[in-house]
Design a protein around this ligand. Structure first.
Ligand SMILES: C[S@@+](CC[C@H](N)C(=O)[O-])C[C@H]1O[C@@H](n2cnc3c(N)ncnc32)[C@H](O)[C@@H]1O
Length: 201
């Protein structure tokens, strides 16, 4: 399948997301509901999937952390946006079964960040960072976000060794809302760049 040359990736650090499938509610499974919301915000359009996007979550909850969940927009299929569908999919992959476009591994946050930093620039989302409108977001950007509690200081400091802290303003948003805002800004940037190319003689 052909894809646009620009990739975008989102990495969610989930402090307590369960690493097994023995739970009955996404919320009670260490806030896997936040992981679900971020999956939808990262990968779904109205009637379509963002084939240029990869979503990662590092789950640090019991019983066997860390677990790296990777969902690739290019290859995922047989999915819908509703919570029930994703509860089933997350349970399935966390119990060791397969789903197209989804991979699970024991990769830690630090190992993932080191590998990602080889590919492109890392942007760590935090209210106190540099205003996104003053940043030049490079090709194939990789964004790191915290869950409802935010990024642990050590984790943030590690990610910042490989990137820059950026802010969407002083208002604290849900992690999923941050992803929606970033996707919107990147979509608009692409449209404006394309129209500039089209309009230039
Ligand atoms: C619900 S917020 C966490 C709020 C938490 N009380 C804290 O202090 O980090 C989840 C994540 O969204 C991102 N975030 C929320 N609002 C933001 C903003 N205005 N600018 C940049 N990132 C933001 C951060 O990565 C944050 O860790």
């Amino acid at each position: 399948m052909l894809r646009d040359t620009t990739l975008r990736e989102f990495i969610l650090y989930s402090r307590r997301g369960r690493t097994d499938s023995n739970w009955t509610s996404l919320h009670d499974a260490g806030r896997l509901d936040i992981v679900y919301e971020c999956i939808i915000a990262s990968l779904f359009l109205s009637h379509g999937i963002r084939r240029d996007t990869v979503f990662h979550a590092i789950l640090n909850g019991p019983p066997k952390p860390p677990v790296h969940l990777e969902i690739n927009g290019e290859t995922i299929y047989n999915v819908r946006t509703n919570q029930e569908t994703w509860m089933k999919i997350l349970k399935k992959v966390l119990s060791g079964k397969e789903h197209p476009g989804i991979r699970l591994s024991k990769t830690s946050f630090e190992t993932l960040i080191r590998a990602e930093a080889e590919k492109a620039k890392i942007y760590v989302l935090e209210e106190g960072g540099k205003d996104v409108f003053e940043c030049e977001i490079g090709e194939n950007p990789i964004f790191v976000l915290g869950d409802h509690v935010g990024l642990p200081k050590k984790v943030e400091a590690f990610a910042l060794r490989f990137g820059e802290k950026i802010s969407l303003g002083k208002t604290p948003y849900l992690a999923a809302s941050c992803i929606t805002i970033l996707n919107y800004l990147l979509d608009r940037k692409k449209t404006v760049e394309n129209s500039a190319k089209f309009l230039s003689p």
